[in-house]
Design a protein around this ligand. Sequence first.
Ligand SMILES: Nc1ncnc2c1ncn2[C@@H]1O[C@H](COP(=O)(O)OP(=O)(O)OP(=O)(O)O)[C@@H](O)[C@H]1O
Length: 354
Amino acid sequence: MSEERTVVAMVGNPVSGKGRGAVTYERVLDLMIEAGERHGFDVIDLTGSSFDDSLRRTREESDRYGHLVVAGGDGMISLGANAVGCSGKPLGIVAIGSGNDFARGLGLPVNRIETAVEGIVGAIVRGSHIDVDMGRVTSLPGGDGEPIDRFYGGMLNCGLDASINDRANHSHLPGGSLRYFAAVLVEVTRLKRYGYHIKATLVDGSVEEYDLLTPMITVANSRHAGGGLEISPYSRFDDGLLDLVWIDHMPNPIEIADAISKGYNGRLLASHVFGWKRVRDVEITRADEGAEPPVLMSDGEYVGSVPVRVEAQRRALRVLVPPAVAAEHRADDGSRTLAALERDHRDPVTGVFI
Ligand SMILES: Nc1ncnc2c1ncn2[C@@H]1O[C@H](COP(=O)(O)OP(=O)(O)OP(=O)(O)O)[C@@H](O)[C@H]1O
């Protein structure tokens, strides 16, 4: 009786990494096909003509493959999460985009094709993976756009952070970090207080409900945004929780400079400009006061508008990682995060400064 061969589906993105994606993806495919010949697995290419077309193909043809490998930036994490999230099928990540924040947070190689492919192939052969949380965004009644039901790996950006992301996506500057940094500088000069109504379930199950007038609110699953800026330094991949990070009050120029410098040193939330709270889920709707919130973005992709519910999906995305990376994640018992909270004088449950 012959055993069924493993099939690995691949999806690339020709426009990722400012257009380098088309060339680099050819290289990734060649390396995967060569590895398949050596290790006895088949490779199929499901890249479509757009994000939606690639997502449709990975979903419609899911019976054909047991592993999915995406190559590109954080947008491709969004694709992978929505293609194989909650299915138990492992996702391999070749991070060759501009920001690559999700891969960076996981400790996977960034812009190193050979190393990334080697790690994925080793993980397929040895069955090495980790299960990480995702966020799930769904629309609530009362919105007027298309219904939303979407997973994300990194962050749901709901205010200034979404405008920064949008501006960085349309920038002609080279390099993800530079584009993001330039977008931050422009957008912080145009701060508006958007009006949100928040209903959040905290770690201890208690529910808090209040209006929030703020230029920025993010619902983070992973730590980084914009090519390395640690917006949510207390986020952990497997705690079954999401982190709400928002601008608490309109900062003055000194506070802005201080927050940016802290942001690049992993200490953004030591700044009193920012509010932080860990949640199991949160509903974000429009408050009576404040400006109309901008469009929502997750993993750098357009999602839709409020009102939405966002829920943590505990360990719902299986990611192929080399055994050393899996061991590192297993060794993370949360004590480093607790130490960071203590250092920054934050209460782990309520998020307020103590
Ligand atoms: N097959 C495709 N054809 C054209 N565009 C695509 C395709 N797949 C995805 N896209 C679009 O390409 C854009 C950029 O994707 P991606 O996030 O992978 O790269 P990046 O922006 O360089 O990296 P990062 O998000 O890490 O900064 C996304 O908005 C996505 O919707």
